[in-house]
Design a protein around this ligand. Structure first.
Ligand SMILES: C[S@@+](CC[C@H](N)C(=O)[O-])C[C@H]1O[C@@H](n2cnc3c(N)ncnc32)[C@H](O)[C@@H]1O
Length: 315
């Protein structure tokens, strides 16, 4: 079977979504289609699922793998999930029972040496999920000044050595542009200290690569817009499930859930609510759910996963 990406917390995702036969589901991040396969299987014999991915290669791969089993029950679109509010109704998914976001990148993308996502895989520094839009990471590295690069590595990578790395990039590119993942990884390795002894060893360029990927794909804005659109599409009782892989993503999900659970957005000093907003979500998970040591042993990607789930209220 062509399945290079193991779905993270797959049982928990299905339990939280609780997909029923005949229901309508959305997988906003198809990847290898592992979650899609499990969700559609749970809606046998007549549930339908709309699957989205910004990456056309992911959509084509899932089409090849799952179409023979699910036929017309699987509806696929290449799209950024920030367009969900338009794409879903156009595809006949204007009111749905469940929506999953499994954020970040897939093992297929990480292993693809033409994409530049992987520190160890190497390749041209592109990092776009959708290679037909936006600018590749190498353009950002070639055009931003030291202050802008520092801010990017701090904001999206929480990188403590951001100024040092930014200065080194600007000095290096004066001689020749930085084009490959190998060159960037080697530069960061040269200027940023290694992980101190006793801490889990991570490559010193991990946070820089994360920051560039987030910036290139405008991931945090897309997440905020995707969550808002998904909530509007959910029927009362419908479930929203999100898997995030770093604190910046998880913070957005947590705040979104808290705000929609509270409803009212009036400042605390206002004695009576004037905004008129009522709660639209009930939390299904009070705290985030994480992977077991046995899952992490077979799937290292699961190590940083955090799952949060909420249910749409009638408001
Ligand atoms: C972690 S993988 C999903 C894996 C999938 N759940 C599975 O079981 O195989 C994340 C996928 O989301 C896609 N993606 C990331 N951000 C996106 C966005 N804003 N819109 C659409 N797809 C996005 C990536 O291209 C990638 O294929």
């Amino acid at each position: 079977m062509e399945l290079g990406h193991l779905p993270v917390l797959a049982d928990e995702v299905v339990t939280m979504l609780a997909p029923a036969p005949g229901s309508l589901q959305i997988d906003a991040t198809l990847g290898g289609g592992g979650h899609t396969e499990r969700i559609l299987g749970a809606t046998d014999p007549d549930g339908r699922l709309l699957g989205l991915d910004a990456d056309g290669a992911a959509v084509a791969r899932v089409d090849r793998r799952l179409r023979p089993r699910f036929g017309e029950r699987l509806v696929l679109r290449q799209s950024n999930f920030r367009q969900l509010g338009r794409v879903a109704p156009e595809a006949g998914f204007g009111a749905v029972d469940g929506c999953l976001f499994d954020l970040g990148l897939s093992s297929f993308q990480l292993a693809d040496a033409d994409r530049g996502f992987g520190i160890r895989t190497g390749g041209p520094l592109d990092m776009r999920f959708d290679t037909s839009r936006g600018v590749p990471a190498s353009d950002l590295l070639g055009s931003l000044d030291t202050a802008e690069l520092t801010a990017l590595f701090r904001r999206y990578g929480e990188e403590p050595y951001a100024p040092r790395i930014a200065r080194a990039i600007v000095a290096e590119r004066a001689a020749a542009p930085l084009r490959s993942a190998e060159e960037l990884a080697a530069l960061v390795e040269r200027v940023a200290p290694r992980t101190p002894p006793g801490r889990r060893p991570v490559h010193p360029a991990t946070r820089v690569f994360q920051a560039l990927r987030i910036a290139v794909n405008e991931e945090l804005d897309a997440l905020q817009e995707g969550l808002t659109a998904a909530l509007d599409l959910l029927r009362p009782g419908g479930r929203l499930v999100v898997l995030s892989y770093h604190s910046l993503e998880d913070r957005i999900v947590k705040r979104f859930f808290q705000q929609e659970r509270r409803g009212c957005v009036c400042p605390p000093e206002v004695p009576v609510c004037v905004c008129g907003r009522s709660p639209r979500l009930r939390l299904v998970t009070r705290r985030s759910v994480t992977s077991s040591p046995s899952e992490i042993a077979v799937n290292p990607r699961a190590r940083s996963a955090r799952l949060r789930a909420a249910e749409r209220l009638a408001a």
